[in-house]
Design a protein around this ligand. Structure first.
Ligand code: UCC
Ligand code: FAD
Length: 566
């Protein structure tokens, strides 16, 4: 061997050779025998990967009357749907976020579990999202009577004690424009509680045990205050009287939906529903905003989870066309690679929002973090919702005709993805929410965005393959900064027309920076570098591109209308 340099032993006298220590990898994933054994012997009912499909083939049914004509309003759900509830409690799919055993990383841990669960959950992640959102609202308003028990039930791990919550905001006149669309009135009772009368037009997972909902308090003359200032937030339990009838609720019908068929979505007549006001009077919308933040993050997670389903990747290793496997056709592989890039971008966007949420909830968020969380929540929800529809649709096509056949279970993925851009705020409504939060922060939100995005690029200097991607992000950021500075001189209609492209630009640039940051990490793979590079080849700043094209000029609205209605 080489001569030992006597200096090597001069200080500690232990030599310079150190054996690399063994690394404990994932004990489950690394153990093929354990996995094979469990697959062989574990009874089917403890493996939930088929449950989601079972929920879809056994959709909920409404029985309004019993055989003797009495109103019963029973929503029958499948046994599997009920099992999902127990499983969710046991696995802590909501409670993890409130136990906070992992400090600021508790949300990332919770959402990672949900990310894996979501595409197999038969949409049980929908009631879980609302349950999480309700717990968040209660926590932020104070865990005390009348919602103390509810909080503990929403965040328990005991299946028999676990409650889910609904979120009843939408009425016939408006789901986006809640302030003008809400007709439900709250009639004060002598004991300080209220009775609600109104019609809730969309109520999902209506088998919930409680709900948060909005209504207008009636004064002694029966008058209410119009608009947002008249709305207050109410807590109501969904319970039955001794004769088995729902207290203060009639289930008018179950919606016949394109997708989300696993889950009941009902129209409800509230006819004296006992309720408690839990917000300050007239602060209903801003009090339910915490719920919207949580459910929008869950929505984004479900979108990323749907994209990550990966069945197309496996199918390409099994299906042959023109004499070779699909995976050996370069054009097919390019198609899958593009889906993969979208999926990775979506995943990092969602996880970053979860990271920020975790920081906020453990009291360590900086002012920047808080601004970023507020800005990115609508941005990520609207962007991933649209991505999911496109990626899942491409995924179906990659199965050829089989992708269109119901009993493969594949079409349901596309039907379910389509709702992700509609509920919890449509793409346009969330784009306007981005403008709202920018306007209310006097520029601080953008400041936080620019500073943080730039900081994500700082580790990339050591990776030469990332240079073009970094340059693309820097260029897009400069264009965006210029445009943002310029908006002060524009007419109000300019920002409204630019809102959706602005939100897309914020999403694309931020996801690109996150992909670059991830690819600069010491554990990154060449595929990580490639994904970042490919992402950054697209138009990262469509708002600047369309601005240059004159799309937001004063005459554009007129031109658009003339075109649409020609
Ligand atoms: O769809 C639904 C459930 C589906 C099932 C659950 C699925 C979960 C995922 C599962 C995955 C599988 S429930 C319905 C969801 N509905 C919406 O998302 C409504 C969409 N509309 C909006 O988002 C609107 O922007 C509104 C209704 C929130 C606000 O419209 P307004 O009336 O124009 O509001 P204002 O006047 O601008 O805002 C009123 C107050 C302001 O605070 P103050 O009074 O202090 O100035 C706003 O700053 O509310 C505040 N605010 C917010 N605060 C409004 N939006 C937000 C926000 N996002 N964050 C914080
Ligand atoms: P509208 O507001 O009428 O929107 C129609 C179109 O107009 C959209 O393209 C929208 O983007 C656009 N638009 C609206 N305003 C503007 C604007 N200012 N500028 C530009 N464009 C605009 N709601 C609940 O409260 N609880 C539930 O549990 C629930 N479950 C649901 C389940 C399903 C399966 C579905 C489909 C919906 C559910 N909803 C629920 C309702 C949902 O939240 C609303 O449908 C949604 O928020 C849109 O409201 P809307 O239907 O009134 O659409």
């Amino acid at each position: 061997g080489p001569a030992v340099d006597s200096l090597s032993f001069s200080k500690a006298k232990i030599g310079c050779f150190f054996q690399e220590r063994p690394v404990l990898k994932n004990p489950f994933l690394e153990d093929a025998l354990l996995r094979g054994y469990l697959k062989r012997y574990m009874p089917h009912e403890v493996r939930f990967d088929g449950w989601g499909r079972e929920c879809e083939v056994s959709p909920p049914q409404l029985v309004q009357y019993d055989s003797w004509g009495r109103r019963v309003d029973l929503i029958h759900t499948s046994a599997t749907w009920k099992q999902m509830k127990d499983l969710s409690a046991r696995e802590g799919l909501v409670s993890i976020g409130y136990e906070r055993h992992y400090g600021e990383w508790s949300r990332v841990y919770q959402m990672s579990k949900l990310f894996l669960f979501s595409p197999s959950s038969g949409l049980y992640t929908c009631p879980l999202a609302m349950t999480d959102g309700a717990a968040k609202v209660i926590e932020s308003l104070g865990i005390s009577w009348p919602v103390e028990e509810a909080f503990h039930r929403l965040t328990t791990r005991k299946p028999e004690y676990f409650w889910t919550s609904g979120q009843w905001m939408t009425e016939r006149q408006g789901g986006s424009d809640v302030a003008n669309g809400t007709e439900t009135v709250a009639v004060p009772q002598t004991d300080g509680s209220f009775k609600l009368n109104g019609y809730k037009w969309f109520t999902s997972a209506t088998d919930a045990d409680m709900t948060l909902t909005l209504a207008r308090v009636q004064d002694t003359t029966g008058a209410t205050i119009l608009g947002s200032r008249g709305l207050s937030l109410f807590y109501a339990e969904v319970s039955r009287d001794e004769s088995g009838q729902l207290k203060g609720i009639e289930v008018q019908k179950l919606k016949d939906k394109l997708g989300t068929r696993q889950m009941p979505t009902a129209e409800l007549l509230l006819d004296g529903l006992p309720a408690h006001m839990i917000s300050t009077e007239g602060r209903g919308v801003s009090s339910i905003a915490n719920m919207l933040t949580i459910t929008r993050i869950h929505n984004s997670l479900s979108a990323a989870g749907a994209m990550r389903r990966q069945l197309a990747r496996d199918y390409a290793t099994r299906r042959k066309a023109f004499g070779k496997l699909l995976k050996d056709h370069p054009l097919h592989m390019q198609t899958l690679a593009r889906m993969e890039v979208e999926t990775r971008g979506a995943f990092l966007l969602v996880m970053d929002v979860c990271r920020l949420l975790g920081r906020e909830e453990t009291g360590i968020a900086t002012e920047f973090d808080t601004h970023l969380l507020r800005l990115l929540t609508p941005v990520v929800k609207l962007y991933t919702g649209k991505q999911a529809v496109a990626v899942v649709s491409e995924g179906l096509e990659s199965f050829g005709g089989q992708g269109y056949i119901e009993d493969t279970g594949l079409p349901g993925l596309l039907r379910d993805a389509q709702v992700l851009s509609i509920w919890e705020g449509t793409t346009n409504v969330l784009s306007l929410d981005v403008l709202r939060c920018v306007a209310r922060s006097s520029g601080m939100v953008f400041h936080a965005y620019f500073i943080h995005t730039k900081s994500l690029l700082k580790n990339a200097s050591g990776v030469s393959a990332l240079t073009p991607a970094v340059k693309a992000i820097q260029c897009a950021l400069s264009k965006l900064e210029l445009l943002v500075q310029d908006t002060a001189t524009k007419e109000p209609s300019f920002l409204e027309l630019a809102a959706r492209d602005l939100a897309y630009s914020l999403a694309r640039i931020y996801a690109g920076a996150l992909l670059i940051d991830h690819a600069s990490w010491k554990g990154a793979s060449p595929a990580d570098v490639y994904a970042a590079s490919r992402w950054c080849e697209q138009d990262l700043c469509p708002v600047a591109t369309n601005h240059e094209r004159g799309c937001y000029n004063p005459g554009s609205s007129h031109d658009n209308a003339a075109l649409v209605y020609q």
